[in-house]
Design a protein around this ligand. Structure first.
Ligand code: IYR
Length: 241
């Protein structure tokens, strides 16, 4: 059953999925209850930290240690996921030649999108963001991290089975990745070349993995700018009943 899988590193099963037949033990939850004051202080300081996050397209070429990227991916991988399948693969690219190949392929697609494929209703909402088909950040940022969503998983019996809520799971993981990057004093951008099928070929990922987000990571350049945006106030995004 496993013969055509061989030692292909792309199909390694997590330990947690290798004993389908055995029930998982339950452990006591490690939980620390804070006082009301500390809760408010933590809530407000985390909000301030995250409210200061901005997406910039302007990266410095200053190198970033691999260990920091590893921490961001480990943080992302703490995300809750459908059936705890953790249906994501983060490919972190530091190699300049490979980043250039990704940029060339992304710009070919993006040029077609911006010049021919983008409906007016879409163009009118991204125009204020100042984006275009030129993707300098894919070569200037020291790291480009590509998030792949796994739509299938290899079962213990050697058959392929589905994953569950993989879009939601990967979306949450991406949010944690972005938060981790911001918290450590770096910046990232959620870039979505469209279509992004070329990433599977360039990065040698299997057919059940689907590129979902391209995230350059690094320091902002000294002349980095951001669009003059305001965020919706609470009353426009929440209803309390
Ligand atoms: N994918 C393109 C276009 C783009 C789309 C949205 I929605 C944005 O918020 C920004 C850009 C790109 O990455 O440029």
């Amino acid at each position: 059953m496993f013969t055509n899988i061989g030692n292909d590193h792309r199909f390694i099963q997590p330990r947690s999925l290798m004993n389908d037949e055995e029930s998982q033990p339950f452990l006591p939850l490690q939980y620390e209850k804070f006082s009301k004051d500390i809760m408010k202080e933590k809530a407000s300081s985390f909000f301030s930290l995250m409210d200061n996050r901005r997406t910039t397209r302007h990266f410095s070429e200053e190198p970033v240690e691999r260990e920091l990227i590893e921490f961001a991916i480990k943080t992302a991988s703490t995300a809750p996921s459908g059936a705890h399948l953790q249906p994501w693969t983060f490919v972190a690219i530091n190699d300049q030649k490979l980043k250039s190949k990704i940029r060339d392929a992304a710009e070919i697609e993006e040029k077609k999108t911006y010049d021919e494929r983008m409906p007016e209703a879409w163009a009118e909402v991204i125009q204020p963001l100042g984006t275009d088909y030129v993707k300098t950040h894919l070569t200037s940022a020291p790291w480009v991290v590509v998030l792949f969503r796994q739509s299938k998983r290899l079962r213990i019996n050697g058959e392929w089975g589905p994953t569950y809520y993989s879009m939601e799971s990967c979306g949450i993981a991406a949010g944690l990745f972005i938060s981790a990057i911001h918290n450590m004093g770096l910046t990232t951008l959620t870039h979505t070349p469209s279509p992004m099928g070329f990433l599977r070929d360039l990065l040698d990922r299997p057919a059940h993995e689907h590129a979902m987000l391209v995230m350059p990571v690094g320091y902002p350049s000294e002349d980095a700018t951001v669009p003059d945006l305001i965020r919706k106030p609470l009353e426009d995004v929440a209803i309390f009943i």
